[in-house]
Design a protein around this ligand. Structure first.
Ligand SMILES: Nc1nc2c(ncn2[C@@H]2O[C@H](COP(=O)(O)OP(=O)(O)OP(=O)(O)O)[C@@H](O)[C@H]2O)c(=O)[nH]1
Ligand SMILES: [Mg+2]
Ligand SMILES: [Mg+2]
Length: 464
């Protein structure tokens, strides 16, 4: 269901989508939606440039029965109606009576529906009920079986087939039986009603809004990861094993995220993932996990689509990139550093494996444009995996040497991942000949984060 700036996607009761993991569902849905929104912007606003990355928040609400689901949808529909009626009054008062928002709010607050209908009609000759359905009632998108002509036979007779299509419709009242009975496909998918709904129970409404908070006084790590990036990287011809453009794009998005959210003190990324660390006492979105996860994932996705052209120039986005996200709390600096150590070790292990794998499958052993001495045709992927299975770091380094590659000379960004944080700009004052610190700015660096040096040099990052 779509209303004024909100959307609800209903999954079947027995869905097994992403094993019903709440964080996955809420983050990837909001991320895919954001990606589509940014991509489609030009279609609807051809003259307007998208000047700021839009972001959305999302949450999962479980509805135990069809009645509860109907109550939920009814609550959203009522909300849509109330907000739209209020906003219509607000904009008319401002446009025609030149009232400020504060003055209009004073008039409208605590008024019921009827006085607002009267105000619109008496003052502005607007029959509210004749305003577009889409604004007053919201829209419903649902799959429906429709019969379509697929071709014509030799006699010119149309051949029809049943297809499932997404259709958009409006309904005055989502709780009405007629809405559900005229769309039998909905009940086929969702089940049968046990009883009727008259009024939305207040305790149900409260349950739709309730959410546990992330443990207080703990570091919050939001880790996002690209969905199906294996396919995404192939379709967009990412260089193997590391594509500098793709990594720089991820880093550029992460820097913008760190700049936008004051509470993020550090971010670490590699491949298609990024971890954002929020300070211990952060009160971002009241520490509600759904909001924090969804907004950061959504904002990152927006940036990724908007910045794509900056890094991939002529490569067209063939399908929408999207990310999933999760929140994890860590109570102490030590445990947080253990987490970062785990991610950086993972980065090193994966990078070394992928580099060897790439060398083995590339015919003639050609890596990053450097021709090596080994001119043998490459292995198949299966052979390469088999060859590398169980090999230790030392053996992999030796293998790369045979192909003329000194692993320690490969770019730090590939081997150590990327760290993003606020740093003071250090400049030398030529007049005084001394080192000076200027304003802080967000930087990206490719450093060892397992080592204590970074944390000792930048004690402000993990300040309690
Ligand atoms: N060629 C190339 N591929 C990359 C690069 N960065 C990421 N990838 C691809 O993205 C994948 C990321 O791994 P995963 O996150 O485990 O896999 P995924 O396909 O995204 O699957 P899910 O995260 O489970 O949806 C890698 O396996 C690569 O296939 C890159 O720089 N170059
Ligand atoms: Mg991934
Ligand atoms: Mg990944």
């Amino acid at each position: 269901m779509i209303g004024l700036f909100f959307l609800s996607f209903v999954f079947k009761k027995d869905t097994k989508f992403y094993k019903r993991r709440g964080s996955k569902l809420l983050s990837l849905m909001v991320s895919l939606f954001t990606s589509k929104y940014v991509e489609k912007w030009k279609e609807f606003f051809p003259q307007k440039e998208l000047r700021y990355p839009p972001s959305f928040h999302s949450r999962v609400i479980s509805c135990a029965s069809l009645e509860v689901l109907r109550s939920y949808l009814s609550w959203r529909q009522t909300d849509c109606h109330d907000k739209n009626q209020y906003d219509t009054c607000l904009s008319e008062l401002s446009r025609n009576k030149k009232m400020s928002e504060g003055e209009s709010n004073d008039i409208l607050k605590e008024t019921q529906k009827q006085p607002k209908y009267d105000l619109l009609f008496n003052e502005f000759e607007i029959k509210y009920k004749e305003c577009p359905d889409v604004a007053r009632q919201g829209s419903f998108l649902l799959r429906q079986k429709v019969e379509e002509i697929v071709k014509y036979d030799i006699n010119g007779t149309p051949v029809k087939r049943k297809r499932i299509k997404v259709i958009q419709l409006h309904s005055k009242n989502v709780t009405s039986r007629s809405f559900w009975s005229t769309h039998p496909y909905l009940l086929e998918e969702l089940g049968k009603f046990e009883g009727d709904i008259c009024k939305i129970k207040p305790e149900l409404k409260r349950s739709f809004q309730f959410e546990n908070k992330l443990l207080p006084s703990t570091w919050i790590v939001i880790r996002i990861d690209g969905c199906h990036f294996h396919k995404f990287s192939e379709v967009h011809n990412f260089v193997k094993p590391n594509d500098t453009r793709a990594l720089n794009l991820m880093n550029s998005c992460a820097m913008a995220v760190v700049e936008a959210f004051n509470d993020i003190v550090f971010a670490y990324g590699m491949s298609d993932e990024y971890s954002f660390i929020l300070k211990k006492d952060s009160q971002l979105y009241g520490r509600r996990p759904s909001e924090v996860v969804s907004v950061i994932t959504s904002f990152f996705t927006s940036l990724y689509v908007m910045k794509w052209k900056e890094f991939f120039f002529l490569t067209k986005l063939e399908f929408s990139p999207y990310f999933d996200g999760r929140a994890i709390c860590y109570p102490s600096n030590k445990i947080l550093l253990d987490y970062l150590t785990w991610r950086q070790i993972d980065c090193k292990i994966n990078d070394m494996y992928n580099t060897c794998f790439s060398v083995l499958v590339k015919s003639g052993g050609c890596l990053n444009g450097t021709l090596t001495q080994d001119k043998k045709p490459g292995m198949t992927k299966t052979e390469a995996h088999k060859y590398l299975k169980g090999t230790q770091t030392r053996e992999k380094i030796k293998l790369l040497k045979r192909f003329g590659i000194d692993y320690s000379k490969l770019p730090l960004m590939f081997r150590l991942g990327s760290s993003v944080f606020w740093d003071e700009e250090r400049t030398t004052n030529k007049m005084k000949g001394v080192l000076e610190m200027s304003d802080k700015k967000v930087v990206v660096d490719y450093i060892n984060i397992i080592d204590k040096t970074l944390w000792n040099e930048h004690p402000h990052i993990l300040m309690d």
